[in-house]
Design a protein around this ligand. Structure first.
Ligand code: NCD
Length: 338
């Protein structure tokens, strides 16, 4: 098989923030994710996937809590035959000896072929990418969540879930998408909002208490790109107009002095009685983990897509890794497809 390296000529190298994706990349990634899923339905297909990147090694550097993103990346690596190393607590790394984060990251680049990282520091993935672009061993960086700022691979799996959910209704174009919860500090809704300029006539409805409104930088970006949005505190009134509602948890880990507990959140919880207000083909999403913002009884409704969304994350991350290493081209039209 020809060269399988992540090369600087590869347009798809670091994955840092969602502003880097245009419509053709998004459509291509969604198609690739579906192709990967079809391969994974057969033993032979799984065997083929496992050989695709079996000479590669990945570093999973996750110093913020993570269940889904860590496990889905780890499993995506396993599916492709990539070996993984991990650090999940900075207390176990040389940071405690006073090593700078950038020096630690540079060290990972000496041993592995891709660094997948989640940290509380905003912009660290970008600084690491700038550093890696200058040093001898140029290794791709994947941002798996950077503080309150961005979570690009989550946004990609969210796009895939939305596109699949609207598959028979013209995709995301023209849809009304509600985002509810902590829009101020939720990196998932921020990253997803940046992607909306790629879709025609999408309308966003931001539903949150005043304390957790979407930040001005995102709103300015939406205005600049002609994406319509409204803001409300009234979920019940907004529900009938929505094609999808993307619900998020309150990000109280970012509280300075317990300010979240002073906010009345009672109107921002989705209960079984709200299902009647949502369109028959409406979509309910959540990046998870949830607390009480979606009642577990809602899970039984076919419009609840969050568990499927979670699984889509693993397939989308397989697709992303194949694209980073340029092996996606071997997957386009395989004979193993059903
Ligand atoms: C999200 C995150 O970490 O930003 N979780 C995830 O990756 N699926 C959302 C959250 O923690 O609320």
């Amino acid at each position: 098989m020809p060269e399988r390296s992540a090369s600087p000529e590869n347009e798809f190298f670091h994955v840092l923030k969602t502003q880097q994706f245009d419509r053709s990349l998004l459509d291509g990634l969604c198609e690739l994710t579906t192709t990967v899923r079809r391969y994974a339905k057969h033993r032979e297909g799984l065997h083929f996937l496992r050989g695709l990147l079996s000479e590669k090694r990945a570093m999973l550097y996750f110093t913020q809590p993570s269940t889904r993103t860590f496990l889905s990346f780890n499993n995506a690596c396993q599916i492709l035959g990539i070996q993984t190393s991990e650090i999940r607590d900075s207390a176990t790394s040389s940071e405690v000896k006073g090593e700078s984060l950038l020096d630690s990251l540079r060290t990972f680049s000496s041993y592995v072929d891709v660094v997948i990282m989640r940290t509380k520091e905003e912009g660290l993935a970008e600084s690491a990418a700038e550093l890696f672009d200058r040093i001898h061993r140029r290794v791709p960086i994947v941002n798996a969540g950077s503080g309150k700022d961005q979570h690009p691979t989550q946004a990609l799996l969210d796009i895939y879930t939305l596109e699949r959910s609207f598959m028979h209704r013209g995709g995301i174009d023209g849809k009304v998408i509600g985002m509810m919860g902590d829009l101020k500090r939720g990196r998932t809704v921020r990253s997803l909002s940046y992607l909306m300029k790629n879709y025609r006539d999408v309308k966003l409805v931001f539903i949150s208490p005043p304390a957790f409104r979407m930040e001005e930088d995102i709103k300015a970006h939406l205005r600049e790109h002609g994406v319509t949005f409204t803001e409300t505190e009234d979920m019940e009134a907004a529900l009938p107009s929505l094609d999808a509602i993307y619900i998020t948890r309150i990000q109280d880990e970012h509280d300075v002095s317990g300010e979240s507990s002073k906010v009345d959140l009672s109107r921002f919880k989705f209960r079984v009685e709200h299902l009647a207000k949502l369109k028959e083909d409406g979509v309910i999403m959540h990046p998870l983990p949830r607390r009480d913002e979606i009642h577990p009884d809602v899970d039984n409704d076919p419009r609840a897509k969050y568990w499927r969304q979670e699984r889509n994350g693993m397939w989308m991350r397989v697709a992303i890794l194949t694209k980073i290493f340029g092996v996606d081209r071997y997957l386009q039209q395989g004979s193993l497809l059903d």
